[in-house]
Design a protein around this ligand. Structure first.
Ligand code: SF4
Length: 99
């Protein structure tokens, strides 16, 4: 999926934008929507690579994303990192299922 079309598969595409740009306890409800989203990796990468500082993206709040960016200051492409991690997860998961 290229970087332009992932949003069309978003689990939240029918939501009002205000529902993802909330504060406090409402963020936990917004994050639940992300749990089953098929483009969670792309969404989170978009927010991290572009240093988006508001709203819930990819299941993380702005505060959680800031903490992640502080922990990993040398990452130059979150998209590449997260996609590699997802592929590894699928590969290892596939091996475990056939073992
Ligand atoms: S991960 Fe969450 S915020 Fe991102 S597209 Fe999916 S539902 Fe929307």
């Amino acid at each position: 999926m290229n970087s332009q079309d992932w949003a069309s598969a978003a689990a939240c595409k029918a939501q009002a934008p205000d529902e993802l740009f909330v504060k406090g306890a409402a963020q936990n409800r917004a994050k639940q929507l992300c749990q089953g989203c098929p483009v969670r990796t792309e969404c989170l990468a978009e927010a991290l690579d572009n240093r988006i500082e508001w709203g819930v993206w990819g299941g993380l709040t702005e505060r959680e994303r800031r903490a992640l960016l502080r922990r990993r200051p040398n990452v130059t492409s979150w998209r590449a990192l997260l996609e590699a991690a997802r592929e590894e997860h699928v590969r290892v998961g596939g091996q475990a299922a056939t073992a």
